[in-house]
Write a protein that binds this ligand. Structure first.
Ligand SMILES: Nc1ncnc2c1ncn2[C@@H]1O[C@H](COP(=O)(O)OP(=O)(O)O)[C@@H](O)[C@H]1O
Ligand SMILES: [Mg+2]
Length: 244
């Protein structure tokens, strides 16, 4: 099913973004339907994180239209955007190193607004790998474990839309598999729509139905993941050669 046949979860139109006077985004358009998992691909510096920054209204100045579940969130504060149902897992994961995993999850309850938070038990049921981590401190977690905790924390406020920024960055292939399995189950378990910024094409291919490809802050390709995955020339043009 394509985005146009479902009701809209995220609609971004004509998004421009600037860091100071340097323009980083140029007319980005994205359409993501309820329940979809969509990839946002592109090399380092292509504009993936900037797109998420602009959606969250953080770090860069932007203009354009952004609708979440049909409601305009452009110009709202990051806090208001979170309360509108958007959760963001930044590239650097930002787990509190001196707090336990349980404490990290508890802190996310403050972002819930009026919604009933997802409890730790429900998270443990849904993400069984969390179980052995729950009493560890942030600084006792591997990169993959941090990523899992960051995703779990993002789910606490029951987001409708989850923005995942390069969850596989720096992770060993075996760990990536575990993260992929966890992400694959989220739409059904948590009723959440996902935009997955990545450079890891096999990972994106295993999880998404459609991709947008960015280069120098512009969408340069959009279409079914299978088509992009089968097109070596497009990959060569817009992605770095995989070192995995
Ligand atoms: N905080 C920032 N200040 C200034 N320029 C930035 C900042 N963050 C990113 N950029 C620039 O914006 C462009 C897009 O970067 P980014 O969105 O981080 O790409 P990606 O996430 O795809 O690697 C790059 O040219 C990058 O140098
Ligand atoms: Mg980035």
């Amino acid at each position: 099913m394509s985005g146009s046949e479902r009701s809209s979860m995220l609609s971004v139109r004509g998004l421009d973004g600037w860091y100071g006077s340097a323009q980083a985004l140029f007319g980005v358009d994205l359409e993501v339907g309820v329940g979809e998992v969509v990839g946002l691909l592109g090399r380092n510096g292509a504009g993936k994180s900037s797109t998420f920054n602009a959606i969250m209204n953080l770090e860069l100045r932007s203009s354009g239209e952004i609708f979440v579940a049909g409601r305009s969130v452009a110009k709202r504060t990051a806090d208001q955007i979170a309360r509108a149902g958007v959760a963001w897992v930044p590239e650097d994961r930002r787990i509190f190193s001196n707090l336990t995993v349980r404490e990290n999850l508890d802190l996310a309850r403050f972002a819930c607004g009026d919604r009933e938070p997802v409890g730790v038990d429900e998270l443990l049921d849904s993400l069984p790998l969390l179980d052995k981590l729950i009493n560890r401190k942030g600084n006792q977690l591997s990169g993959g474990e941090q990523q899992l905790v960051a995703i779990a924390r993002a789910l606490v406020p029951r987001p409708a839309l989850l923005l995942l920024d390069e969850p596989t960055e720096g992770l060993a292939p075996l760990i990536v598999e575990g993260i992929a399995d966890a992400i694959a189950r989220l739409p059904e378990l948590f009723d959440v729509t996902i935009v997955l910024a990545e450079q890891n094409l096999p990972f994106v291919t295993s999880l998404t139905s459609r991709v947008y490809v960015l280069e120098t802050g512009r969408v340069v390709h959009a279409g079914p993941t299978a088509d992009f995955a089968a097109d070596a020339e497009l990959q060569d043009r817009y992605l770095s050669v995989s070192v995995a």
